[in-house]
Design a protein around this ligand. Structure first.
Ligand code: ARG
Length: 556
């Protein structure tokens, strides 16, 4: 019997007493945040109200009925019924399962047969890769991995910002002020320079705006010359972005950016118009969303140019059809909330009932090094690796593969610092804290993992699941936390919040470290059992870090 089965069994006992469906109980059965509140907690409010009893009364009634071979005791805490499972049984189930499944532990077929298209990272070409894009990249990458672990078929799309009127401006300004040598040397910086110049010049000379509009029109009509210039910009930008993705070990199933939809937008508009009313407003083609309290969804500007809206509409229709997607996720910052509300409303009006989610996130402040006015991600990553190197030289100067490990730690720290915060909240990045081996950081979890590896290396006991389960005493809270991996992973997947997994790993690390500080593992009467626990902790830490996109070095 595995962790989920305990839940089913308890739910079925309770539902028998309440004469209701097991599913109704499963829905409310909680895993309490602390182990002194039991292994499962059943809140009695909802059912008590239905039965016209007080929750405490109902809890009392139920508590006397819940007996079976794996339940140790049942406690009443206010309106909650807290169920404690028997230590030896629980330990046996959890540890054997982890031992057998290894890195498949925590997998489920929850998402079997379902396809989710995840739109993440999606930086804008010819612009620096911003910190907001870093957030989208690491959150999206982790959601991709977590949902994959839960059985979904995931398609990761990098919806590159490579189309729009701004590229008309860019082509015009590069023609006027561009410098090939500078472009070669530091493309993004130079392109930003000429783009900024466009705006200051356009203030004095507004005709520039018309020129840019005409240029973009040419691009939309497939003019070879303007397109070839734009292609060079795109290639140079991608080269730089791919360097970052490489450092973070991130890849995509599709790189279809906004320009990919250039020849698909007219069809998308026609397709939409089959079911949704559009109208002309001051020459622009829109879907009026006033009824829903939103500004219009703009399909075509008065000059005929398409918009960010049009491209997202075409992209959504394309993804639903091409990938037969059941769900579309968009990992994009909160400032674009209205944009996605509008898009989802239009798709709903068109008759799509697919799950559409804007996985939004807040600001991430403080993660910057500044060169002029631009934040360069490369500098951020390099600085993190540099600091990690310094820490290694201080703590473990004889370490083998120092450079490789420093990279794992430095990049892991940046990624984890971002992921361990609830994505909705604004977060502050603190250079002084994040490489700390003690705090709520990647190095702390990585270090705990390396510690497990070193214990396993030193021990002469072979890891096996034939151990004396009755010898599990003090270790039980650690073991029970291992068994909660499935639950927290499920929550992280449902809420699209890798932070839930990150917090889980921090708690697991701290439980392990207290266990480690208190007990001798090697050469004490209980070595076989404890070595199995260490092996399971190691396994879950590595597995969990992987799902966050963070590497787990064996030594550091
Ligand atoms: N490139 C956009 C930006 O930087 C993000 C794109 C997000 N994805 C989408 N399908 N709109 O703001």
């Amino acid at each position: 019997m595995f962790s989920m089965d305990f839940k089913f069994e308890i739910a079925s006992l309770i539902s028998k007493e309440l004469k209701c469906k097991k599913e109704e109980v499963i829905e409310v059965l909680e895993v309490p945040p602390e182990s002194n509140l039991g292994d499962y907690a059943f809140p009695c409010f909802k059912f008590a109200a239905k039965l016209k009893k007080s929750p405490v009364e109902l809890a009392k009634e139920l508590s006397s009925k819940l007996t079976c071979k794996f339940i140790e005791k049942v406690e009443i805490k206010g309106p909650y019924l807290n169920v404690f499972l028997k230590n030896d049984l629980v330990a046996k189930e959890f540890l054997s399962e982890i031992f057998i499944k290894k890195n498949k532990y925590g997998m489920s077929d929850e998402g079997k047969g379902k396809t989710v298209v995840i739109d993440y990272s999606s930086p804008n070409i010819a612009k620096p890769f911003g910190i907001g894009h870093l957030r989208s990249t690491v959150i999206g990458n982790s959601i991709y991995k977590i949902l994959g672990h839960r059985g979904y078929k995931c398609v990761g799309v990098n919806h590159l910002g490579d189309w729009g009127t701004q590229f008309g401006k860019l082509v015009v300004s590069y023609k006027k002020w561009g410098d090939e040598k500078k472009l070669e040397k530091d493309p993004i910086k130079h392109l930003l320079e000429v783009y900024v110049k466009f705006h200051s010049e356009a203030e004095i000379n507004p005709e520039l705006e018309d020129e840019a509009r005409a240029e973009f029109k040419k691009m939309e009509n497939g003019d070879k010359e303007s397109l070839s210039q734009w292609e060079i910009f795109k290639e140079l930008s991608l080269e730089e972005f791919k360097k970052y993705y490489g450092m973070m070990n991130i890849d995509f199933d599709s790189w279809d950016g906004e320009s990919f939809y250039n020849d698909k937008m007219e069809d998308a508009i026609k397709e939409l118009e089959k079911n949704v009313k559009t109208e002309l407003s001051e020459g622009a083609l829109i879907v009026n969303l006033e009824e829903y309290g939103m500004t219009p969804f703009m399909l075509r500007k008065s000059d005929g140019a398409t918009t960010y809206h049009t491209r997202d509409l075409a992209a959504a229709l394309y993804r639903l059809k091409k990938y037969k997607a059941d769900e579309l996720l968009y990992v994009v910052g909160s400032p674009q909330k209205l944009h996605f509300d509008q898009l989802f409303k239009v798709l709903e009006l068109k008759g799509h009932s697919n799950k559409l989610v804007h996985v939004d996130f807040g600001h991430f402040k403080g993660l910057s090094t500044r060169k002029g006015n631009i934040v360069f991600l490369e500098e951020v990553l390099d600085k993190a690796i540099e600091l990690a190197k310094k820490t290694i030289n201080k703590k473990n100067p004889k370490l083998k593969n120092k450079d490789k490990v420093a990279e794992m730690i430095g990049i892991g720290a940046v990624v984890f610092a971002d992921l361990s915060n609830d994505r909705i909240k604004d977060a502050v990045f603190d250079w002084d804290k994040f490489l700390n081996f003690e705090g709520e950081t990647a190095p702390y979890v990585q270090y705990t993992h390396a510690r497990c590896c070193s214990v396993l290396k030193k021990s002469e006991v072979k890891v096996s699941k034939n151990v004396d389960w009755n010898k599990i005493e003090d270790e039980i809270s650690l073991v029970k936390h291992l068994g909660r991996f499935d639950y927290f992973l499920d929550q992280a997947a449902r809420q699209y919040k890798p932070s839930i997994l990150a917090r889980y790993l921090l708690d697991l690390s701290s439980l392990f470290n207290s266990f480690y500080a208190k007990h001798k593992i090697i050469d004490d009467g209980n070595e076989t059992t404890r070595i199995l626990i260490v092996d399971c902790v190691r396994n879950v830490l590595e597995n969990g870090l992987n799902l966050l996109g963070v590497k787990a070095p064996e030594e550091m």
